[in-house]
Every structure is written in C-alpha cells, then in structure tokens.
Design a binder for this molecule. Structure first.
Ligand code: ATP
Ligand code: MG
Length: 204
C-alpha cells in the first residue's frame, strides 16, 4: 500500500468535509413523510424480487404487509414459502386461476383480474397494513383486463401513509404519472439468452 502524505490526507479531509456539508443540507431539506406509490417496471429482471426485498425491509420494522399476485406462477415460489414464516404479518393472495398466455380464455382472465383487484382494494382498506405489493398488476393493465382510470384513481386515493408497490413490464404512462418512485429495470445481460433455464432460488 502506498503511503498517504500529510498534505494529501488534509486535502481529502477538506474535500469530505465539504461533501458532508452538502449532503447534510440536502437531507435537512427533505422533510416530507408519506406513503409512496412505487412502480418497478422495464424489461430487465428484478422487478418482483425488488418488491419482495422491500417487503422484507418493512417486516423488519414489524409492519403488516399485503401481497396480491395478479399472475399465478407455474411453480410454488420460494418467496411465498419464505414469507409463510411471517404469517402473523403477511396477508398473501394469489389470483385463483391466474392468467397467462397459457389460459387463452379472455373472459376468464378478465374475471380473475377483477377478483384480484377486489382483494387489492380490500387490503388498501385495512388500517393495520402499511405496505402492499401488487405483483404484475401492470400486466393486467397492459391487456386492458382492468379499467385503467379507475385503478389509478383508487391508488391515488389511498390512505396517505400507505405504501403500494406495483410491478410488471410496460407500466402505463398514467400509472407512472401518478407514482412517486419509478424504476425501470434494464437487461444488460440475461442468462436465459445463453440457454440457462429458470432455476429454483433464482427465478422462483
Ligand atoms: P423476478 O421475479 O426474477 O424479479 P421480474 O419480476 O423482473 O423478475 P418478470 O417480467 O415478472 O420479471 O418475469 C419473470 C421471469 O422472467 C423471471 O424468471 C426472470 O428471470 C425472467 N426474465 C426477466 N427479465 C428477463 C429478460 N430480459 N430475458 C429473459 N428472461 C427474463
Ligand atoms: Mg415479476
């Protein structure tokens, strides 16, 4: 390791002091506390896992949380099983039949989406729940299985301290406009393209 001269150390201290002053001022300027509407979208991997990561953070604070899955997966997912350990705090709803390109029955998919949305509205009415994940709601909106304007209005009219996380590709511009925090996942590389299959613990 190279030696750090007195002069260099002093310069570094001065620079860090200035940086800290700027950061402290920025932190002090932010005083609002509110429930956030969070959207995880984009074509890259990590939208759902990020939402569940946030849920874990909330659970660490002893919060009650809710999940509605708008698309039923093929497999029992690791996250669902893991969150069963927090069954006193987690309220989990997976849409009955689920819709995917595999059902090929639009009327059934629309009805399933409506039922899932009803669950979501119920959860939003629960005063004890502080964070709700609406997993793949964007997909239901993308296919017009739910009335977009009504969904966005209901999300906007939620209790002011309630956090809601919506996931799924192709988030509608109206939802993005209503949200406080929007993250677009960009695929830089995905192992699927190299022939790697969906693996337990990584994809489900
Ligand atoms: P995850 O659930 O792993 O966080 P996600 O919610 O961001 O993923 P979805 O659009 O819900 O992504 O798709 C879920 C599945 O599709 C995952 O198994 C994921 O590995 C896979 N996937 C996501 N992005 C890509 C991609 N760019 N190319 C191929 N497969 C992908
Ligand atoms: Mg997902």
């Amino acid at each position: 390791m190279s030696e750090i001269s007195e002069e260099e150390a002093a310069r570094h201290r001065e620079k860090m002091k200035k940086r800290k002053a700027v950061q402290d001022a920025e932190v002090a300027a932010r005083t609002i506390e509110k429930g956030l509407l969070v959207v995880n979208t984009g074509p890259g991997k990590g939208k759902t896992t990020a939402a569940f990561g946030l849920m874990l953070r909330a659970l660490g604070h002893g919060w009650k949380v809710g999940v509605v899955q708008f698309i039923k997966g093929h497999w029992a997912t690791g996250e669902r099983t893991a969150f069963e350990r927090f069954s006193d705090l987690v309220e989990w709803h997976t849409m009955g039949e689920g819709f995917t390109w595999e059902t090929q029955d639009k009327a059934r998919d629309v009805a399933a989406a409506a039922r899932a949305w009803e669950r979501a509205v119920e959860l939003m009415g629960r005063k004890d729940i502080r964070l709700i994940v609406l997993d793949e709601l964007n997909i239901a909106l993308r296919y017009d299985y739910l009335p977009l304007a009504e969904v966005v209005e209901t999300l906007k009219a939620r209790r002011p301290d309630l956090h809601v996380v919506v996931t799924g590709r192709n988030a509608k511009p109206e939802l993005i406009a209503a949200a406080d925090l929007v993250t677009e996942m960009i695929p830089v590389k995905h192992h699927f393209d190299a022939g790697v299959k969906a693996q337990a613990g990584i994809e489900f």
